[in-house]
Design a protein around this ligand. Structure first.
Ligand SMILES: [Zn+2]
Length: 395
């Protein structure tokens, strides 16, 4: 079934973020809580945005307590700050952690139940206060998605999925990405690539999502390396556009095994989300290809690969292209290289199977399969071994 419902206005363009004051004015807000992290605040990016709000005769207060992989306490603290300051609107400025914290705080402002009870799909009853998102990375897509991810007290990353979580407006300003460190451009860009590949190849079927995903893959293939190396406005603009397209794609179509497996790596070992996805992506693509050869052949074509003798061969060439891209971007080949403790694998396998994305993965996957994929991604051995491996459960 294909359909689209995306209740958000997207503004794209250099300095578009400076119109945020008039946006909050249209939303009849009197006092806005800006949610961001200390890195973004210290870079000075917030100052012009805050000025735009105060020039619209709206008060602005800054919540700067955002942490990577935000936990329940972080979101509750932001909620308490919002209430104590009598705010009536929220602005998220930053990467996925800032936007997700803003969404989590917003959910808690209008819904009295504990955040844990809203984990899962469509469990948020009440609409959020007006929320605007301004991304400063090119990966999360959270500025347009219906998801926030909260890390619980057991380091498990729980997604909360609801249409209420889609911001009212996303303001995409490529000027805000120019000071982003190269390492963050590459890792967040590879997160966006993973969003697009999983939305395109999983078992949900949505043509609108596929169109967004395919174009996102194409743009990332062309622009990610140049954006990382040159940090120029043209390539960064295309990456920001691609990241939002990938966010639209997975809001309509959801994700797959890479995200199911990467969340435990980030939650338990603190590996940044984009890096965890990038390490796992070629392994999961290899494993999944025989579950949807046509889909993975489309991924390869979007990355510029010529069609081979059949879809499987084209898909395999696509896996090799992603390995090459990771190498060009200096992504470590294995979790061992990143210092992750291998003894965590059994815990990671258990947490992987709590993800709803397992059910829509294009290839049936068992706990044994996931353990084997983790083991390979720790060793850094070639993912191509997974392509038609006899050791893995056959479809
Ligand atoms: Zn992601």
């Amino acid at each position: 079934m294909s359909g689209i419902f995306l209740p958000i206005r997207i503004e794209f363009g250099k300095d578009s973020s400076l119109k945020v004051g008039s946006e909050f004015s249209s939303l009849k807000c009197k006092k806005v809580m800006i949610v961001s992290d200390k890195g973004v605040i210290n870079s000075g990016l917030i100052e012009r945005i805050t000025k735009s709000i105060t020039e619209a005769h709206i008060q602005a207060v800054i919540f700067d307590g955002v942490e990577p992989d935000p936990n329940i306490k972080c979101m509750e603290t932001a909620r308490d700050f919002y209430i104590s300051e009598n705010c009536d609107g929220i602005l998220a400025v930053g990467g996925g952690s800032s936007i997700d914290t803003a969404k989590g705080a917003a959910v808690l402002v209008t819904n009295s139940e504990p955040i844990v009870s809203m984990a899962g799909v469509d469990k948020v009853n009440n609409p959020l206060p007006p929320l605007i998102a301004i991304p400063t990375t090119c990966g999360t897509g959270s500025e347009v998605t219906n998801v926030t991810v909260v890390t619980d007290n057991d380091h498990f990353k729980m997604p909360i999925v609801s249409t209420h979580l889609i911001p009212k407006v996303a303001m995409l300003d490529p000027n805000l990405l120019v000071s982003l460190p190269s390492k963050l451009i590459s890792s967040t860009g590879l997160d966006a690539l993973t969003h697009a590949i999983e939305a395109l190849t999983n078992n949900t079927q949505n043509w609108y999502a596929d169109s967004c995903a395919l174009h996102a893959i194409r743009l990332i293939g062309i622009h990610l390396c140049q954006a990382t190396n040159n940090r120029d406005i043209e390539n960064l603009s295309q990456m920001l556009y691609a990241s939002t397209l990938a966010g639209v794609a997975f809001t309509l179509s959801r994700l797959g095994l890479v995200h199911a497996m990467s969340h435990p790596v980030s939650g338990l070992a603190g590996v940044p989300h984009g890096v965890a996805n990038a390490v796992l992506l070629p392994y999961v693509m290899s494993f999944n290809s025989i579950g949807n050869p046509g889909g993975y052949a489309l991924v390869a074509s979007a990355l510029g690969i010529e069609p081979q003798e059949n879809d499987i061969a084209t898909a395999l060439a696509g896996v090799k292209e992603v390995i090459k891209l990771n190498k060009q971007l200096d992504i470590p080949k294995s979790f061992r290289e990143l210092g992750v403790n291998e003894a965590l694998i059994p815990h990671m396998v258990e947490d992987t199977f709590k993800s709803g994305n397992i059910a829509i993965n294009p290839r049936h996957v068992s706990k044994f399969d996931v353990e084997q994929i983790y083991k390979l991604s720790f060793s850094g051995e070639s993912p191509i071994a997974l392509f038609d491996s006899e050791t893995i459960t056959k479809n």
